[in-house]
Design a protein around this ligand. Structure first.
Ligand SMILES: [Zn+2]
Length: 286
């Protein structure tokens, strides 16, 4: 079988992923499992914060946006949000991905028809952009973001790649998310808050791996600077609090003193008055 992608440009291989145009084919899962063409059009029509296309359980493809439409996005990485760990590139990620949603319920798995439709969509998308697209799941694209997504659940990457190979595609040319980066360990299916974002997305290895030694040193430095700063801040805050309390106490003290003085003065005045009364009385009444 001739390779349907034979004449196309190779996938983006720039280390910073800065090739012009769309470079990544992102696989998603809606957790409905009962979507229809009408439901998709009624609920998501006109919304650019949705995928380009949907694949129903029976393999029906429902396009929502043409692949070229500007501003379509379906991940946090394409918004202004920043990852908790890792840094975004200087260029916008909106416009770098093609988004496809496979519709199957929570904790379910795609149907054979859905894998086949996805194969067709992948070939179509590559042909459309004239380039081999890198295959990556949503779970990887939003890695390192708070509340990162975990879709598509239980997607069989190797089964999907076999379908592509069977269609004649030279898979040596297709950069793709490694089956074991999801299936290697149970914990790999869940994004961790400590994971690190990367663009281009990482495709192999332990997704929860500790950062490389240099990254770790930089992280440690930043943490130490942070800790030092917060200690200093705490000290300053404490000093301020003491001063404030003293100020608060001061007027109270002054008032007390003033009251005491006033009372003393009153007593003294009374005494003088009494004395003079005496004198007056003595002198006057007589
Ligand atoms: Zn998704």
């Amino acid at each position: 079988m001739p390779d349907p992608l034979a004449g196309l440009e190779d996938a983006c291989s720039k280390p910073d992923g800065s090739c012009a145009g769309r470079t990544h084919f992102v696989v998603h899962q809606t957790v409905a499992g009962n979507l229809t063409k009408k439901k998709i059009e009624d609920q998501f029509g006109g919304n650019k914060g949705k995928a380009h296309q949907y694949v129903l359980k029976d393999g029906t493809i429902v396009p929502l946006w043409p692949l070229d439409t500007e501003g379509v996005f379906a991940t946090k990485s394409e918004t202004s949000k920043k990852p908790v760990h890792g840094t975004k590139p200087s260029f916008a990620l909106k416009g770098k991905m093609v988004h496809t949603e496979i519709d199957y319920e929570n904790n379910g798995k795609p149907t054979t028809k859905q894998y086949e439709a996805l194969r067709d969509l992948y070939i179509e998308a590559c042909k459309h952009f004239g380039r081999i697209l890198t295959i990556v799941p949503h779970i990887e694209v939003d890695r390192g973001f708070a509340d990162g997504h975990s879709d598509p659940q239980d997607f069989l990457y190797d089964d999907f790649y076999k379908l592509l190979a069977d269609a004649g595609i030279n898979m040596a040319r297709v950069p793709r998310f490694d089956h074991d980066r999801y299936w290697g360990k149970k914990s790999f299916k869940i994004p961790f808050a400590t994971d690190t974002f990367s663009w281009p997305p990482k495709l192999t290895g332990n997704p929860h791996a500790a950062p490389s030694p240099t990254d770790a040193l930089i992280a440690m430095d930043t943490a130490l600077i942070g800790a030092g700063a917060s200690k200093k801040k705490k000290k300053v805050a404490k000093k301020k609090a003491v001063k404030k309390a003293a100020k608060k106490r001061a007027p109270a003290k002054a008032a007390k003193m003033a009251a005491k003085k006033k009372a003393k003065r009153k007593l003294a005045k009374k005494a003088v008055r009494r004395k003079s009364k005496h004198r007056k009385g003595r002198g006057g009444s007589r």
